[in-house]
Design a binder for this molecule. Structure first.
Ligand SMILES: *Cc1c(COP(=O)(O)O)cnc(C)c1O
Length: 391
């Protein structure tokens, strides 16, 4: 039997993408001017119920600007997760600041108890500033990542942030569409609870513009500054007066055209992803040694990525499962290698990294595209089931 290749996560263009892009080209609005950019900002903003949105070239540039408008400078330190994609951390270094690495809990997001412990035990709080005892530096912000479309424990994190005067940057690049269904943040979308939130529209994300991103916030001043910084910090349009060093980070009309068409389908994508997730979960959890990890209970997840946990009693180890599935035309990958152990960050401070190591050794991501068919899902399940039968 020759099985067709099943990719991990690929775009799904079944809406009006071509129609809107064609319109952008026909009207010759292809660059950062053009009506689709503003319209896309407005639509994302309305979808997640934020005060405002500022488009960017990608999630990484969005995080760079988010940290900058939070006032992070080379004097500061920023708390970050170690179990995530490195683009969540590199922007800290773009600003000359230093990251401090935190562990995750069973949600794969930052562990709020360790975060609290770090702030209380390893820092002192003087004159409204959290000071790292080890370095004497001001810990100004925390970046929380809503891993795989799950939601970090924002209720606990926001309390800690309030107590220690930390700015909260939500890396919601993987979590557009995730919101609380219960608790004090009921109805609030990932990205709209902290100081600033960032989405990504990279090709593997739940909706894509090829490359693109969006900054959201409920603070008008921060949004204004973000728009200014992403558009070359021009304070006079006619005479080209620039009052600080800006960036060319604004999204183009072509990207935004695709984005609007994608956003129209987002809720449908989430429905498909939820159905496939539940199908995987039902059958994979019956296979001894395997488990599909849960999303938190008090949220509506966007079900972006599915995490398969390979227990020690499964006949194949993580890397063997990857090899086995690849040879069966199923694209999978391990969860990210820990950032605190990567060459550029090896010297940075980290705090009680334990669970991240366990999850790194045991998790792979399995195909989750919104155009994944039921047959594809059942085929992947069959491959995994066959591991036991073969023995
Ligand atoms: C995708 C992603 C980013 C970066 O987004 P780009 O648009 O690719 O720059 C940052 N953080 C996390 C956690 C991501 O998954």
């Amino acid at each position: 039997m020759s099985q067709k290749f099943i990719p991990l996560s690929v775009p799904n263009f079944k809406g009006k993408e071509l129609e809107y892009v064609t319109h952008a080209i026909e009207t010759e609005w292809v660059s950062t001017g053009g009506p689709y950019v503003n319209e896309f900002e407005e639509k994302v903003c309305n979808y997640v119920n934020a005060k405002g949105a500022v488009s960017v070239q990608n999630g990484t540039s969005g995080l760079h600007i988010a940290l900058k408008v939070c006032g992070v400078t080379r004097e500061d330190e920023v708390i970050v997760p170690t179990l995530t994609f490195i683009a969540a951390v590199n922007p800290v270094k773009y600003l000359g600041a230093e990251p401090i690495f935190m562990d995750c809990d069973d949600s794969l997001c930052v562990d709020p108890y360790k975060l609290m412990e770090f702030c209380r035990m390893e820092c002192t709080f003087i004159n409204g500033k959290l000071i790292n005892k080890r370095t004497g530096k001001h810990v100004k912000a925390i970046i929380v990542v809503h891993v795989f479309g799950n939601m970090s424990s924002m209720d606990k994190i926001m309390k800690i942030a309030e107590e220690f005067n930390l700015k909260v940057v939500e890396d919601a690049t993987e979590a557009l569409g995730t919101y609380y269904t219960n608790g004090i943040y009921k109805g609030k979308y990932a990205g709209t609870i902290g100081t600033v939130g960032v989405y990504s529209f990279n090709g593997n994300k739940i909706i894509t513009t090829g490359g693109g991103g969006m900054i959201v916030s409920n603070e008008e001043e921060l949004l204004k500054r973000a728009k200014h910084l992403t558009t070359q910090a021009k304070s006079d349009e006619l005479y080209y007066i620039h009052d600080e060093i800006g960036y060319n980070y604004r999204m183009t009309n072509l990207q935004a055209a695709i984005g609007i068409a994608q956003l129209e389908q987002l809720e449908d994508f989430i429905k498909i992803k939820e159905v496939n997730y539940k199908l995987y979960k039902k059958f994979i959890n019956e296979i001894p040694g395997l488990e599909i990890l849960n999303f938190n209970e008090n949220i509506r997840s966007n079900y972006w990525f599915y995490a398969l946990f390979i227990k020690d009693d499964f006949p194949l180890k993580r890397d063997q499962v990857i090899k086995y599935l690849s040879s069966n035309n199923v694209q999978v990958r391990p969860i990210w290698d820990l950032i605190s152990e990567q060459q550029p960050y090896i010297a940075n401070q980290n705090y009680k990294i334990e669970k991240s190591k366990t999850y790194l050794a045991h998790i792979i991501n399995i195909p989750c595209s919104s155009n994944l068919s039921t047959e594809d899902v059942l085929y992947v399940i069959d491959c995994l089931r066959n591991v036991h039968n073969k023995k």
